[in-house]
Design a binder for this molecule. Structure first.
Ligand code: NAD
Ligand code: TDX
Length: 344
């Protein structure tokens, strides 16, 4: 994408629209913005199975508005986009396993929803930040010395990552064709509070808390590059404030661990034998390894992670799930029965 002058956003701007703000990363970002800026935040969220308004409880009401709605609703999106200075777009169907069962909602939300938002942003000349994932680059061999960079080739492998890749391409095309004032970030795997129990780390934490054995897909050697969700939030704010329009920034915190290592750490934290897990049928098309080189973000914007110690962050996350059973308990049984139906 062509680089344009930095800016298009400052903390002096008073209103931002956050899509998907009742989901895992979106709600953590909303809490971060409320704490670190004086802005008014409007959340637009459809409250799918993955959204939970409880994750937003306790926010100052005069600086915060919640709207239940769909990012594919062009009339609503147009009205909300007109009323803010910037749009930060987190809303998505986000779980790979679900995309293998039923890809259609991924096409609707991730492609048609993003299209609806960028059309509104370009009509009203608003700053737009698109949240994406490292999965658009496919996977790496375990011994590949390279990591993903902003110049890596797009090679998505799942219905989820294909629709995220498509949404990135739409944003890039709107920048070039219509001068959309956009930036894109592609982040690695997030962990931390408020993550749905369908995802790997919360699923295994809550299995252990329930006295059940963690489930590792395949041989457990797949590698993910973990970043604390608060570090994702600080990176997105840094890009909004200083990122060059039209540019893509990769976000990562050098947190590569195999799934097996993560489960062993969780079992150790629970005082259980490190091998008290089960290997289960692998995910079809399971990406082997993701790894992010975030040096562009660090060099250009001076960003660095504030939670680089994965073991410490994981222990805090375990404690959060211990302390907040009321938040995750209502989703647990339905999630496990869905997995059981899928053969896990
Ligand atoms: P999530 O599934 O926890 O939350 C998604 C939110 O979007 C939910 O609140 C849901 O209700 C809402 N939503 C879904 N469809 C909608 C629609 N049509 N209209 C309005 N709202 C809708 O997802 P997450 O893990 O918080 O991911 C947020 C974003 O970050 C996604 O774009 C994802 O691709 C990206 N991302 C996630 C990770 C990760 O590790 N989880 C890593 C990199 C990038
Ligand atoms: O029970 C499990 N056992 C297991 O071994 C689950 C749910 C997962 N896994 C493995 C699959 C992956 O190798 O753990 C790893 C992480 O799985 P997920 O939490 O499903 O995440 P992943 O597929 O890596 O995708 C995540 O990171 C990138 C997010 O869900 C995406 O939204 C994001 O784009």
């Amino acid at each position: 994408m062509p680089a344009k002058a930095a800016g298009g956003y400052s903390r002096a701007m008073q209103r931002i629209l956050v899509t998907g703000g009742a989901g895992f990363i979106g709600c953590n970002f909303v809490h971060y913005i409320m704490e670190h800026t004086t802005q008014h935040v409007t959340v637009l969220d459809k409250l799918t199975y993955a959204g939970n308004v409880e994750s937003l409880s306790g926010l100052q009401s005069e600086r915060f508005t919640f709207i239940k709605g769909d990012i594919c609703d062009a009339v609503l999106v147009d009205e909300l986009t007109e009323s803010v200075h910037a749009v930060v777009h987190f809303a998505a169907e986000s779980h790979n396993d679900n995309s293998l069962e039923d890809p259609r909602p991924f096409l609707e939300t991730n492609l048609a929803g993003t299209f609806t938002l960028i059309e509104a942003a370009r009509r009203h000349g608003k700053r737009f930040h698109h949240i994406s994932t490292d999965e658009v680059y496919g996977d790496l061999a375990l011994d590949d010395p390279h990591r993903f960079t902003e110049n890596s080739v797009y090679r998505p492998t799942s219905p989820y990552s294909a629709t995220k890749a498509g949404s990135d391409m739409l944003v890039r095309a709107w920048v070039r064709s219509f001068g959309l004032k956009a930036t894109i970030s592609n982040c690695s795997n997030n962990y931390g509070p408020y993550q749905h129990v369908e995802k790997f780390i919360p699923r295994q934490i809550t299995n252990i808390l329930d006295g059940n054995r963690p489930h590792l897909y395949g041989n457990g050697r797949n590698v993910r590059d973990w970043i604390h969700v608060q570090d994702h939030s600080s990176a997105v704010l840094a890009i909004l404030e200083g990122g060059r329009l039209g540019e893509t920034y990769l976000i990562g915190a050098d947190g590569e661990r195999s799934n097996r290592e993560v489960v062993e750490m969780l079992l150790s934290l629970a005082g259980q034998p490190r091998d008290a897990y089960d290997l289960v049928t692998d995910r079809p098309g399971h990406d082997l390894r993701y790894a992010i080189d975030s040096s562009k973000l660090r060099r250009e914007l001076g960003w660095s992670p504030r939670f680089p110690d994965f073991e410490a962050g994981l222990a805090d996350t375990v404690q959060w799930y211990r302390d907040n059973e009321h938040w995750w308990r209502p989703q647990k049984a339905a999630t496990e029965s869905k997995y059981a139906g899928q053969g896990h």
